[in-house]
Design a protein around this ligand. Structure first.
Ligand code: SF4
Ligand code: SF4
Length: 376
C-alpha cells in the first residue's frame, strides 16, 4: 500500500450541466480514464440503487451521472454493464423505473443487471461465507458510483459502503443481524472492501443527503463530484469536507487502524477544486451520531438504557416491507394497521428505516441517548 492517495474534486451545481465534460475533467485530475479502462475490457458500473425513489429524492445515484460515465467508458472501446443489489429487492422493476436508471441504460444500450438472478460465488469475508454477485467478480474493471449521504448506522455512506450492494438478496439483512453494532458492522464492511476493491470511484455529491440518511434524510445541495482510485481516501476526504469525524464512520476507522487504506487528511492529495471552497453550510449529521460519541466503557455500563428503535408515523400505508426487512423478526403487522415493534428483539440496525418507501419510520432514541446528545 502506498502512503498517499489522490482525490479529485470538481464543483458542479446541477445534473443538467455538461456532466460528461465535468466527469472527464474530474478523472483527468487522477490521470485520465485511460489510467483505469482499456479498449476491449468489460466494465461494471456499480451505482447506489438503495430503494425505490426518484432522482430528485437524492437516495440513489443520479441517472445522468450513470449516463455520462457510460459514454466515457464506451469511448475507451470497453463494454459496459450496470448493476446493484438494492435493499428493496422485491420489486426491482419498479425500482429501476422510478430511479430513472432503466431508462438511461435503455437509451445508452447497455445491460442493467439484476444481481438477484445473475449468480454468485462464495467468498470467506470476516469469517463468514458471503455470496458475491458474479458480474462483480467477472468484470475486468469496477467503477463505483456512490451517492454522498449520511447514514443512521454508519454515520456516512459513500464509496466503501456502496460495495454492500455487491451482495445479492437477503444475505444483507442477515449480515445486519450478525453484525448489529456500528463498529462491528464497520469491520465487516472494511473486510468486504479488502476483497472487492473498485478500480475507480466517482461520488455523486451534486445533491447529497444529510440528516437521517441513507433514505430518511433531506436532499442537500452539495454541488460537487469527487473521484479517486482509492475508495477509502475518497470517503475520508468527503468526510473532511462535510466536517464528519472519520473515526465516527466504523468502516473508515477500521481501514485506518488496520492500515488497509488512506484516511488521514495529511496523506490525501486533493486536486481540482479545493475542498475549502466546497464545504457546505448547515449540513446535518444523523441524529444517531451522538450514540457513537459516548466512550465504550460508559456504553457497557448503561447499554440497556441506550437504544435506537423505530416508531411509525401516519405516513405508513401498511405495506409490510419493513416487517419483511427486519433481520430479527422484531416487527409484526396486521392488515390495515401500522407495524408493531417487539422492543426487546430490536437491534437498532435501521434496515426497516432504509426500506420504508413512505419515510414513515422515525428512529427514536432512548431518553438517555437524547440527554447524552444535549451534553456532548
Ligand atoms: S412503516 Fe413504511 S415500510 Fe413499514 S408498513 Fe408502514 S409504509 Fe410500509
Ligand atoms: S425493527 Fe428495524 S431497527 Fe429494529 S431490528 Fe428490525 S429492522 Fe432493525
Amino acid at each position: 500500500m502506498t502512503n498517499t492517495a489522490t482525490v479529485s474534486f470538481i464543483k458542479c451545481e446541477s445534473y443538467t450541466s455538461d456532466l460528461q465534460s465535468a466527469i472527464e475533467e474530474l478523472i483527468d485530475g487522477i490521470g485520465g480514464i485511460s489510467n483505469f479502462v482499456e479498449s476491449g475490457q468489460s466494465v461494471l458500473l456499480k451505482p447506489n440503487m438503495l430503494t425505490t425513489r426518484t432522482p430528485e429524492q437524492a437516495t440513489t445515484t443520479h441517472p445522468e451521472i450513470i449516463r455520462a460515465v457510460i459514454r466515457i467508458v464506451k469511448a475507451q472501446g470497453a463494454t459496459v454493464s450496470v448493476g446493484d443489489s438494492p435493499a428493496n429487492i422485491t420489486k426491482i422493476a419498479e425500482l429501476w423505473d422510478t430511479t430513472g436508471i432503466k431508462q438511461v441504460c435503455n437509451e445508452e444500450n447497455v445491460p442493467l443487471l439484476n444481481f438477484e438472478n445473475a449468480g454468485s460465488e462464495t467468498l470467506s469475508i470476516y469469517g463468514v461465507q458471503v455470496g458475491i454477485a458474479k458480474p462483480v467478480l467477472d468484470a475486468d474493471v469496477i467503477i463505483n458510483l456512490p451517492k454522498v449521504k449520511t447514514h443512521v448506522l454508519t454515520t456516512y455512506t459513500g464509496a466503501v459502503k456502496n460495495l454492500y450492494g455487491t451482495i445479492p438478496g437477503f444475505q444483507k439483512t442477515m449480515l445486519h443481524k450478525m453484525f448489529p453494532k456500528p463498529n462491528i458492522f464497520g469491520e465487516f464492511i472494511a473486510a468486504l472492501y479488502d476483497e472487492i476493491c473498485p478500480q475507480l470511484s466517482i461520488a455523486d455529491g451534486i445533491i447529497g443527503m444529510d440528516g437521517d440518511g441513507p433514505s430518511g434524510g433531506r436532499p442537500f445541495k452539495l454541488n460537487f463530484m469527487a473521484a479517486s482510485a482509492d475508495s477509502a481516501a475518497l470517503d475520508a476526504s468527503i468526510c473532511h469536507l462535510l466536517k464528519i469525524d472519520v473515526n465516527a464512520v466504523g468502516y473508515l476507522k477500521t481501514i485506518g487502524n488496520e492500515q488497509m487504506g488512506i484516511i488521514a487528511k495529511n496523506n490525501i492529495n486533493i486536486v481540482g477544486t479545493p475542498i475549502e471552497e466546497l464545504t457546505p453550510i448547515g449540513f446535518d449529521v444523523p441524529s444517531t451520531l451522538r450514540a457513537r460519541m459516548i466512550p465504550g466503557w460508559i456504553v457497557k455500563l448503561i447499554d440497556p438504557f441506550l437504544w435506537i428503535r423505530p416508531s411509525f408515523d401516519d405516513k405508513c400505508v401498511f405495506c409490510g416491507k419493513c416487517v419483511k426487512a427486519c433481520p430479527v423478526n422484531a416487527l409484526t403487522i396486521k392488515k390495515g394497521e401500522k407495524p408493531i415493534l417487539e422492543p426487546q428483539s430490536c437491534i437498532g440496525c435501521c434496515c426497516c428505516h432504509e426500506i420504508c418507501p413512505e419515510h414513515a419510520i422515525i428512529m427514536e432514541q432512548s431518553p438517555l441517548l437524547k440527554f447524552s446528545g444535549k451534553i456532548s
